[in-house]
Design a protein around this ligand. Structure first.
Ligand code: PNW
Length: 478
């Protein structure tokens, strides 16, 4: 990858500075620990505030058979396995059978919302089919959640594809967006009786980065051009699926007058320049535009605009995108510091991590101020904002409570400034299959001993009382 010639870069830097964009104008913000400790979480939030936890189908269910199942068996050319320790999701949390334990865990938390996935490959194992037995199992789970006064948010695509679709080329197959919309229509018709909250696609940007830039997830490709084409395909898939869901889900499950509320869960990261060098500022702006803003920009404008100077330039009208967000889902974890490159073969930028900053067990900076910054900034689109994931890999379990307190504080600061934040879901309800990190990244509010506990008991971590405190503050737990 290359960057534009010097005059163009200077112009871009100037434009960014004038726009007060990503170039670090607020990065001195620092929350005071004493204020966080004294703060009443979710103070003043209405009882309709959606508080809960999130999971995804492949990461917890066990027994799935999709493109990841194949990837988990594979190795890189140097012999190292695709997944740490050669782990697989073959059993994972066994939630396909043990789901009542998940519902019990949510009840213990006082959660009123649960974001879970339905696995496309279970429901449509061959092209055009529909597995009624799988659908029936999901209907039982969803009905049990409703009976427990927990509103389900259903994710339709969370990184895993049916094999028949992967073999046709996955998201690069021109028929993929229509195939996804057809699946979404069937899922909406099958589950709409208990589901109002729909998340079409989880983290399109992470999928593109991991699968088509870093080559660490299936199909293991390193090609920015193909990655951008997949991003465009995911936008079209979302647009068509959102319209299909609106048409198919006519049942208002919770009686609030709206049968469906549709969005995506977008991964947002803060990109701060690594130094005062304007090249770093420009590179941070490029990363921010492609990674954080392109999808929302496409939905608000009805135009797919994807630009990485000299690498990718897509500009295509797609009016079906307009109006397809009822909310913007935000998955927030961390910040990157960006170093820009003028030339060379390392691409237009790379990210770096100053060693003195606090980090989770996967090396990601713990930066609650970033959640506040991104919420405030995302408000300009006008959509209700929904924190659909936020969490910490914390194997010792002693840092999660503070993490939650600090991030809910960040959310409350944004709300106090008038930002419409309608929900907060912690990732994850319980430890699960953390993709290429296998079982080493432990995000759960409940911990699971995959190695030595054949019953896979969901055991509460020290963060559960903190979550319960938040639930109590909105009247959700007595
Ligand atoms: C999200 N990264 O994924 C996902 O939605 C979850 O499936 C996942 O378990 C969770 O975050 C924790 O990782 C991400 O490398 C995966 O920056 C990787 C990254 C970010 C998010």
């Amino acid at each position: 990858m290359t960057v534009p010639p010097a005059p163009a870069r200077a112009a871009l830097a100037l434009a960014l500075v004038l726009a007060g964009g990503a170039a670090g104008c607020r990065n001195r913000l620092r929350f005071a620990a004493a204020e966080i400790a004294a703060h009443r979480m979710l103070d003043g939030a209405p009882p309709t505030f959606m508080l809960g936890a999130a999971t995804s189908a492949h990461q917890i269910e066990g027994g799935t058979h999709n493109d990841w199942t194949e990837w988990e068996k594979g190795r890189y050319p140097d012999g190292t396995p695709h997944v740490l320790d050669g782990a697989s999701a073959a059993r994972a949390d066994d939630s396909w059978k043990l789901w009542p334990a998940d519902v019990a865990a949510l009840q213990l938390l006082g959660a009123n919302t649960y974001r879970l996935g339905v696995e496309w490959s279970r429901l449509e194992p061959e092209e055009g089919t529909w597995a009624e037995a799988s659908a029936e199992r999901y209907r039982q789970m969803l009905a049990a959640l409703r009976a427990a006064n927990i509103a389900p948010m259903v994710t339709l695509y969370h990184f895993t594809l049916p094999l028949w679709l992967a073999r046709r080329g996955g998201w690069e197959w021109p028929g993929a967006p229509e195939a996804f919309a057809a699946f979404a229509a069937r899922a909406a018709a099958a589950f709409g009786g208990s589901v109002d909250l729909w998340c079409t696609i989880n983290e399109p940007n992470v999928l593109v980065a991991k699968s088509y830039l870093a080559a660490q997830w299936p199909p293991g490709v390193k090609d920015p051009g193909r990655g951008a084409a997949v991003m465009a395909a995911l936008m079209k898939a979302h647009a068509l699926a959102a319209r299909a869901i609106r048409a198919a889900d006519t049942t208002d499950a919770d009686g609030d007058g709206r049968p469906s509320s549709i969005g995506i869960a977008q991964n947002l990261r803060v990109f701060d320049p690594a130094s005062a060098n304007p090249i770093d500022g420009v590179a941070a702006g490029v990363a921010d535009a492609f990674y954080n803003e392109a999808f929302s920009d496409a939905v608000s404008s009805g135009r797919i605009r994807l630009r990485i100077p000299r690498v990718v330039d897509i500009d295509e009208p797609y009016p079906a995108l307009e109006g397809t967000f009822d909310y913007l889902g935000i998955n927030y974890y961390t910040r990157d510091f960006v170093i820009g490159h003028v030339r060379g073969d390392r691409g237009p930028y790379e990210v770096t991590a100053p060693p003195e900053l606090p980090r989770n067990d996967m090396g990601w900076e713990i930066y609650p101020e970033g959640l506040y910054r991104l919420l405030v900034r995302s408000a300009r689109y006008g959509w209700p904002l929904f924190v659909t994931e936020n969490g910490i890999a914390d194997n010792g379990g002693d840092r999660r409570a503070d993490f939650i307190r600090a991030h809910v504080y960040a959310l409350d600061r944004a709300r106090a400034e008038g930002v419409n934040v309608v929900g907060y879901l912690y990732w994850s309800l319980m430890d699960n299959f953390e993709w290429s990190h296998g079982y080493r990244g432990r995000f759960g509010l409940f911990t699971v001993d995959f190695a030595f506990d054949p019953a896979l008991t969901r055991r509460p971590t020290a963060a559960v009382p903190t979550f319960q405190e938040a639930a109590r503050n909105i009247g959700g737990l007595r």
